[in-house]
Design a protein around this ligand. Structure first.
Ligand SMILES: Cc1ncc(COP(=O)(O)O)c(C=O)c1O
Length: 450
C-alpha cells in the first residue's frame, strides 16, 4: 500500500489546485510511479495488474513506441504545415484499415475534438445541426459535443438540437416480451425520434453512435441494429458517425474497428484513446466528398495534431498491432476471460450479467437476479477490494453497478487467470462479510479450471 501520509498530502495539494471536476478511483488512491506491459507499480514498488486502461493499448511503455517517440522527438517535431513522411505514411496505413469508401482522414488530439470535427463535417455536408445519440452515451466534454454526451448532463439541460434514442438493453427487451437479439426491431423503435429530429427546426445532421455502449453499462449492438438505424438516418438525410474512440483498434476482437462487426460502412468514423498508446493522437476518417466539401467552405488547423512525433508513434502502435498478432490475442483472451466470468456468474447469484466483447467486458452486480435490481454497493466494494489485492478495475453503468474490464490489448490468459481468481476471492470475502458465512463452495477451484 502506498504510504498513507504521502497519498493524503498529494490529495490535499491536488484538491487545492485542480478543479473539483477531477475525481479519482479507489478509496485508497493509487500513486502511480511506473508501468510496463499490463502492470503499474506504485511508489512503494507494489505491482498492480491493469485490467482497466485502454490508452496504453499495446501495453504500458512498449519499447517500440518509446523508441519511436524518442527517435522522432530527438530529430524534429513541428506542426503539419511542413512536409514530413511519418504522418503521411501513418495516414496511408490508417485509411488502409477502413473500407475503401473511407479513404481520407484528419488528425486531432482528443476524442472530444474528433467528435467536434465530425459534427462540423456533418453540419457542412447536410446544412443541418440536429443530432441523434443513444441514451447514456459519452462522446466528449466540450460545448456541442458535451451536450451530445447524455451521460454527463441532466435531461432538463439538453438543448433541442440533441435527441436521444434508447441504447439496446436485452433485459429491457425481455421484459417487453422480446428476445433482445432482434436489432432490427429495436432500431425500428428509434425511427419516430430520428424522423422528429429531421423534421425539427435543427434538421438532422448526424447519428453519433458507438459500436458498444459502454457508459450505460457495456451493452453490445444486436445483429441488424446498426444497419437498420443507418438506413433510417440516411433515409432522413443524415450522416452516420461511428464513435470508435473506445471500441477501435481491435478492442472488440473480431475486426480492427467495431462497426465492421455489423457490416455497415459509416460516413464518418472518430478515433482516439488507444491510437497513440498514451500520446494524444486522435483522428477522423470520412468519405472523400465530405472532407472536400468541408475544405471548400471552412479552414481547419490543429497545432498539436498530425505532427512528426504523432505520426511516428501512430506507426509504431500499428507495427505492434500487426507484428504481435494483437487482434488475435484480443479475440482469444477475450473469449477465455468471458468464459471464466460466466463460470463465476454460475457460482455467485449476485452477478446478474456478464456482457461485452473482446477485451471490453462488463460484470453487472444485482441484489436479486429475479428483479433484477442493480447493486452499486457490491460493485464499489469489489473495485476497492481488488485494488487492495493488486488488480485494477473500475465500475460503470447508470448507477455504477457494472465492473468495467478493459485492459491493454496485450492482456494474456495468465493475466486473465489472475483477474478471475482475484475477483472470485474478493466476491467470497464480500459475501462472507455481508452474511457472516462463506457461501461459495468452490473455493479451492482455480478460476481457470475447465
Ligand atoms: C466513446 C468516447 N468518445 C469520446 C470520448 C472523448 O475522448 P477524450 O477524453 O479524448 O476527449 C471518450 C472518452 O472517454 C469516449 O469514451
Amino acid at each position: 500500500m502506498a504510504r498513507p501520509t504521502l497519498a493524503r498530502d498529494l490529495m490535499r495539494r491536488r484538491q487545492a489546485v485542480l478543479s473539483p471536476t477531477y475525481f479519482h478511483h479507489y478509496d485508497d488512491p493509487l500513486i502511480a510511479a511506473r508501468s510496463a506491459g499490463v502492470f503499474i507499480w506504485d511508489t512503494d514498488g507494489r505491482a498492480y495488474l491493469d485490467c482497466y486502461n485502454n490508452v496504453p493499448s499495446v501495453g504500458h511503455c512498449h519499447p517500440r513506441v518509446i523508441e519511436a517517440l524518442h527517435r522522432q522527438a530527438s530529430l524534429i517535431n513541428t506542426h503539419s504545415r511542413y512536409l514530413h513522411d511519418s504522418i503521411v505514411t501513418y495516414a496511408e496505413r490508417l485509411t488502409a484499415t477502413f473500407p475503401p469508401e473511407l479513404d481520407m482522414c484528419a488528425f486531432v488530439c482528443t476524442g472530444t475534438e474528433a467528435n467536434g470535427l465530425a459534427y462540423e463535417l456533418a453540419r457542412v455536408a447536410t446544412g443541418n445541426r440536429g443530432v441523434v445519440v443513444t441514451d447514456g452515451s459519452y462522446h466528449g466534454n466540450l460545448l456541442d459535443v458535451g451536450d451530445m454526451s447524455l451521460y454527463r448532463t441532466r435531461p432538463s439541460d439538453r438543448p433541442d438540437f440533441v435527441r436521444a434514442i434508447p441504447h439496446p438493453e436485452p433485459r429491457f427487451e425481455v421484459s417487453r416480451g422480446n428476445s433482445g437479439r432482434n436489432g432490427k426491431e429495436i432500431a425500428a423503435r428509434a425511427e419516430p425520434v430520428i424522423r422528429a429530429q429531421a423534421r425539427s427546426r435543427s434538421g438532422l445532421a448526424m447519428l453519433l453512435i458507438d459500436p458498444i455502449f459502454d457508459a450505460p453499462g457495456i451493452f453490445t449492438a444486436p445483429p441488424g441494429y446498426l444497419a437498420e438505424l443507418s438506413g433510417i438516418v440516411r433515409g432522413e438525410g443524415g450522416l452516420v458517425v461511428m464513435d470508435e474512440v473506445q471500441s477501435g483498434l481491435t478492442r472488440l476482437g473480431d475486426n480492427m474497428w467495431g462497426f465492421m462487426d455489423s457490416g455497415i460502412v459509416p460516413d464518418i468514423v472518430t478515433m482516439g484513446k488507444p491510437m497513440g498508446a498514451g500520446y494524444p493522437l486522435a483522428a477522423v476518417a470520412a468519405r472523400r466528398a465530405i472532407f472536400e466539401e468541408f475544405a471548400a467552405r471552412r479552414r481547419y488547423f490543429n497545432t498539436f495534431a498530425g505532427t512528426p512525433v504523432a505520426g511516428a508513434i501512430g506507426n509504431a502502435v500499428l507495427d505492434v498491432i500487426e507484428g504481435e498478432s494483437v487482434q488475435q490475442n484480443v479475440r482469444d483472451v477475450g473469449r477465455y476471460l468471458s468464459a471464466g466470468l460466466l463460470r463465476l456468474k454460475d457460482q455467485f447469484p449476485c452477478i446478474g450479467d456478464v456482457r461485452g466483447k473482446g477485451l471490453f467486458l462488463g460484470v453487472e452486480f444485482v441484489t436479486d437476479r429475479q428483479s433484477p435490481r442493480p447493486d452499486p454497493v457490491t460493485a464499489r466494494a469489489l473495485v476497492n477490494e481488488m485494488k487492495r489485492k493488486g488488480v485494477l478495475v473500475s465500475a460503470c453503468g447508470k448507477v455504477d453497478s457494472v465492473l468495467k474490464i478493459r485492459p491493454p490489448l496485450v492482456f494474456s490468459r495468465e493475466n486473465a487467470d489472475q483477474l478471475l481468481e482475484t475477483l472470485r476471492t474478493s466476491l467470497r470475502e464480500h459475501i462472507g462479510n455481508q452474511t457472516g458465512t462463506i457461501m461459495d463452495s468452490t473455493r479451492t477451484r482455480r478460476a481457470s479450471d475447465e
